[in-house]
Design a protein around this ligand. Sequence first.
Ligand code: GAL
Length: 437
Amino acid sequence: MASYLSATAVLSLLAQANALVRPDGVGRLPALGWNTWNAFNCDIDASKILTAAEQTISLGLKDAGYEYINIDDCWSVKSGRDPNTKRIIPDSTKFPDGISGIASQIHDLGLKVGIYSSAGTETCAGYPASLGYEKIDAETFAEWGIDYLKYDNCGVPSNWTDAYTDCVPDTTNGSNFPNGTCPDLTNPAPAEYDWSTSKTAKRFEAMRDALLNVDRTILYSLCEWGQADVNTWGNATGNSWRTTGDITPHWERIAEIANQNSFYITYADFWGYPDPDMLEVGNGNLTLEENRAHFALWAAMKSPLIIGTPLDSIKEEHVSILKNKYLLAFHQDPVVGRAASPYKWGYNPDWTFDPAHPAEYWSGASSALGGTLVLMLNSEGSKKTRTAVWSEVPGLGGNGYRVTDVWTGEDLGCVEKEYSVELQSHDVAALVVGESC
Ligand code: GAL
């Protein structure tokens, strides 16, 4: 049978064989939603979250596919669990109707709701977390009507610390890197070490098993910053797994993360997705070009697309980036699970690891688009020309193709051999290369 399948199809089946498969297709495709953290950090309450849910509908984001409204850190009473039930207690000032109250309001709007905890004794902001309480917390979340759990990596006690250290570089966050081990990686694992046997993997598996035991399907999103070689076991443990430390609304950080994640892109397929962190579209001083390059790269990588900006003040130009129908169709392709991948680095020789200049030329097959998505990024600080040459793009052997511009929707007609475009600094061209002509 395998001899009738392409190499890509075989790889894809192997990845899925090992994946965490959930009922009703939950986690089969990368998640679409909104989260409190990049927008508000700890300054959250029920009204802000309800506003985000209502805006998701009125801005047309729900119709575009965004469905999860996720509560991040800082939702509970900081001083500790209920002494009798051992449950985490929702902060009644921030959430007067509890988490179950906001969850049912979000459900009434036809959306789903997410919550946050950590595989440690405390969350990153110092609130009670789930290590040792996985069963109680999973049952509580299920009872409240939770549909999505983001599970972080803070508050790890010394008896749960791994013998070896592993992390991904983070040059722009510096000492703010959570539990920052990367700058002083003192005890790297031997080459043959299997990180799926590590204490880190066990901490995250404990919550997976607790979630599998409750009577509700809760999407499981791992957030352990790419440590402990998570790409090798994340797929069997969660529906997505963070591959880096935290994003910030700065192009330098977005480029650094895109570069890092590009080297894990073959791990993306149905039921399991490397997660380069939530979106910063609409935040900070990102230019329009940087906002759309960020979104196009994240969509092409089939990252979970979790919006992180206040939706009651978002600019129309940012909403239209988030609703781009071609990029969302590629991202949510029901037939092709694999992400786009670099076919040429461009600014650098192929396979160069460069935090400032990620791969510039990407392509990915798409059944939903009836062709190939091609991205061309200008990673440089000034205006440059980039050229997609059809003969260089995997799967495109012909001379001419019908091309559509993803940003304008314009049909560029039959384009022969190659397509050149002048790009502002940090802008991306995005094309659907369709039927041959
Ligand atoms: C970090 C995580 C962020 C956010 C924050 C909350 O570890 O990567 O996305 O959840 O904790 O304190």
